[in-house]
Design a binder for this molecule. Structure first.
Ligand SMILES: Cc1cc2nc3c(=O)[nH]c(=O)nc-3n(C[C@H](O)[C@H](O)[C@H](O)COP(=O)(O)O)c2cc1C
Length: 400
């Protein structure tokens, strides 16, 4: 997703320097070229050799490198950058940037640069909370630099509080947002994800194999593209994605309540959850006993949320509707039937007989159907890549 992007990783002198070694690997795995620039203090914590080996590039340490004098490094590095990420960002480096100083290579190249700048502060809590640092952070935000607030927790200096370098997962989202087209900016998007659980008694339930990964990937990628995202998730083990309003539910009935309450305010509703079509007809408040339980299960139908939304659309409701259908046979024919019956704008079809697509895997292979009769088959992709292609089609519909 970062193919051909040139990212300058500015590293300043915090005890957290060692943590960003792994970030370089993650950036390169995503296709980025990483150019490391270290402050003099940073090079005292971890040797530049580590970062040269991991990035596959020479590490720049100073403005006046006699081996590179003709390159004018602060100008040339800035000119080629798609993004500057400073992690960890020390109190000292933040102060330099807040005051527009250019007395080392990193601060000079930030001044000479026109691409997005992201700072990930890391320092002792008192240093972080000090008014001087807070004022400096407010100042760099005013310049348009993005600041990823540090985590709270136990710090290397044996204290507890804010100041810990964020995890890669949080930094990654800010990087991807900065490099994404903001074509969903200002759009309110509701996404459902995961299975539902229909209780039979206090310990047993009717469920399914959905892990929520496709819905979470849709939520994450929409957020990166600027959307205001609400995610309604069934019982899954995935953590809340940063910056997204997550509502956790259990049953299909709870899911229907949350979706129908909110759908009117939304620009787009994507139903990626695997909502149970049925629930046990009766719920036993006591655990059913082996000796006395019936050997058959009476079921009753749950509301078809997508169909209800499709009906509301016929009556003039707003949101663009995107549905998912998991089928095991005749799946294209079934897809067209569902698209028309339920009045859905876009339907993503999964063939669940494939081992590498659909439930409980990292990849997906979908076919997209729309109301104009277009049938588009996507190759096997990661769920994030699949989600981005779905958003491309949604953006086309929004611009129609
Ligand atoms: C062991 C040790 C750990 C340090 N950790 C941090 C830190 O996490 N954050 C910070 O802002 N400064 C930290 N400092 C202080 C900075 O290294 C110092 O302010 C330095 O001047 C920063 O320079 P730079 O911003 O040019 O890298 C630490 C210093 C030492 C000796």
């Amino acid at each position: 997703m970062l193919t051909d992007k040139k990212i300058i990783l500015g590293i300043s002198g915090s005890i957290a320097v060692y943590k960003v070694a792994d970030w370089i690997r993650a950036l390169r795995r995503a296709g980025a070229e990483v150019q490391v620039v270290m402050t003099e203090a940073a090079a005292r914590f971890v040797a530049p050799l580590t970062f040269a080996a991991l990035s596959g590039n020479k590490v720049y340490e100073g403005m006046f490198d006699p081996n590179d004098a003709e390159q004018i490094p602060h100008i040339n590095l800035a000119a080629g950058a798609d993004l500057i990420l400073i992690a960890p960002a020390t109190a000292q480096t933040i102060a330099r940037l807040a005051h527009g100083m250019a007395d080392d290579l990193l601060s000079a190249l930030v001044l000479a640069n026109k691409s997005p700048v992201i700072l990930c502060p890391a320092m002792n809590s008192n240093m972080y909370l000090n008014s001087a640092t807070q004022n400096n952070l407010a100042q760099v935000r005013e310049y348009g630099y993005r600041v990823v607030d540090p985590d709270s927790g136990s710090l290397a200096c044996n204290t507890e509080g804010p100041g810990r370098l964020v995890d890669w997962s949080s930094a990654k989202e800010v990087i991807y947002s900065a490099l994404s087209q903001q074509d969903l900016a200002g759009r309110k998007v509701l996404i459902t994800a995961g299975p539902t659980r229909e209780p039979l008694d206090p310990v047993r339930y009717l469920g399914n194999r959905s892990t929520g990964r496709m819905g979470f990937a849709l939520a994450t990628t929409a957020k990166r593209r600027g959307a205001d995202v609400t995610l309604i998730a069934g019982p899954v083990t995935l953590p809340d994605p940063p910056g997204i309003n997550v509502i956790r539910i259990n049953t299909a009935d709870e899911m229907a309540g949350e979706v129908l309450d909110r759908s009117q305010d939304m620009t787009v509703v994507v139903k990626a959850a695997a909502v149970s079509d049925f629930r046990p007809a009766t719920y036993s408040a006591n655990k059913l006993k082996k000796a006395t339980a019936k050997s058959t299960l009476d079921l009753t139908s749950n509301q078809d949320i997508l169909k209800t939304l499709g009906k509301k659309k016929l009556e003039g409701a707003n949101p663009i509707l995107v549905g998912f259908a998991a089928e095991s046979h005749d799946f294209i024919k079934e897809g067209w039937r569902k698209l028309r019956d339920k009045n859905i704008d876009l339907l993503a079809l999964n063939d669940i007989t494939a081992d590498d697509a659909g439930f409980a895997v990292e990849t997906n292979r979908i076919t997209l159907l729309d109301q104009d009769g277009t049938e588009e088959k996507f190759p096997l992709l990661s769920k994030e890549e699949t989600a981005d292609l779905i958003w491309n089609r949604v953006v086309d519909l929004l611009n129609k």
